[in-house]
Design a protein around this ligand. Structure first.
Ligand SMILES: *Cc1c(COP(=O)(O)O)cnc(C)c1O
Length: 347
């Protein structure tokens, strides 16, 4: 995670840039552990989360830097917490404006006014954006106003251009720091680094691009999901494997039964053929993933057997490759790591 942060920082500084780097640590740091992330990113200019209880924990643990609430306040109580704890709030709808406007001036917050640049999830457009800015400017509790948007398509070539043009048009003539870039934009689009960038998945060694590996971006896997072979079966041609008998042996083969399943966060949708490594050797899964187990082809690993180490994802098997096989993205697999998995931190 430290290595990946340095990669993000290098992108932010490329060509003389000086964008602040906010490390996105929402969703338990994409499954990596919030506390661990806080320790790994001491050089971040701020941390960004969605959950107010997690912001409280960061403060409890001594985190005194800036914390950005990516979806802003969910109710008045959150505004009070932001005032008490010095959190930066995204502002994306009228109720949030009203909660801020009615707060007194004894304590202040920094806010980031969100522009809806085409994703149509959060944010204001057109005149509403300018009105919201005027309301915030008049609110005694608001100390500073940043301008922010989030791209729908920055992972696709040219995908951010229209959103960028809309943002430039909407914010023309308005002062304040600008924040636009997620991982994909930070890596690919030097002209959108602006004043603050918000990398998430790249910090954990995931690629934001469907067609480029994390390794090709200089990133390293932060999470390794590993288990062991707990049983071996010798199959004869025609033998089936697992629920639904979705895999049948065409020739004699040895398979390993691995203690890992969808209750651990391994995707049930991963079909036969999903990459996996046994004792460091690349092979494939066979049969349907079950709650507690999945099966692997031991043909390329003749020495493999009970006790063999199995890497479900990590340095040898990119999480993005497993995700692609299962029809999803690495982000989802990282975030879905289940509570029952024992986590061991390594330096
Ligand atoms: C999650 C999130 C990010 C980080 O996106 P990545 O693709 O993981 O880099 C950035 N900005 C906002 C608003 C987000 O919600």
């Amino acid at each position: 995670m430290r290595h990946n942060f340095a990669v993000a920082r290098a992108h932010a500084r490329a060509a003389g840039g000086a964008a602040a780097v906010w490390a996105v640590v929402k969703a338990n740091a994409y499954g990596h552990g919030l506390r661990r992330a806080m320790a790994a990113f001491p050089e971040a200019d701020g941390l960004a989360v969605v959950e107010f209880d997690m912001a409280a924990r960061l403060r409890d643990w001594g985190g005194s830097g800036r914390i950005l609430m990516l979806e802003g306040a969910f109710d008045r109580h959150d505004v009070a917490q932001a005032l008490d704890s010095g959190l930066d709030l995204v502002v994306h709808h009228d109720e949030q404006l009203a909660w801020l406007a009615e707060a007194g001036s004894d304590r202040t917050v920094r806010v980031w006014l969100k522009f809806n640049s085409g994703m149509n999830r959060l944010g204001f457009v057109g005149e509403a954006f300018r009105r919201a800015h005027a309301t915030l400017s008049a609110a005694p509790a608001v100390a500073a106003i940043g301008l922010m948007t989030h791209f729908a398509n920055s992972d696709l070539p040219g995908g951010a251009e229209e959103a960028l043009a809309r943002f430039a048009e909407a914010t023309r003539g308005i002062d304040g720091p600008r924040s636009l870039a997620n991982s994909a934009a930070l890596i690919d689009l030097p002209h959108v680094r602006a004043d603050a960038v918000r990398p998430g998945v790249m910090l954990y060694g995931g690629s934001p691009f469907a067609d480029r590996s994390a390794a090709s971006l200089g990133l390293r896997a932060a999470m390794t999901l590993e288990s062991r072979v707990i049983a071996v079966q010798d199959l004869v041609p025609g033998d089936a494997v697992g629920y639904g008998s979705t895999f049948r042996a065409e020739r004699p083969m040895r398979i390993g039964v691995v203690a890992c399943g969808y209750a651990d966060g391994y995707p049930r949708h991963a079909p036969s053929g999903t990459p996996v490594a046994v004792d460091g050797v690349l092979t494939r899964t066979v049969g349907r993933v079950a709650m507690d187990m999945l099966m692997v082809d031991l043909t390329p690993v003749p020495s493999g057997g009970v006790g063999s180490r199995v890497e479900l994802w990590g340095e040898t098997v990119p999480v993005d490759a497993v995700a692609a096989a299962a029809g999803t993205i690495g982000y989802e697999l990282m975030c879905a790591l289940a509570p029952r998995v024992a986590v061991r931190a390594e330096d």
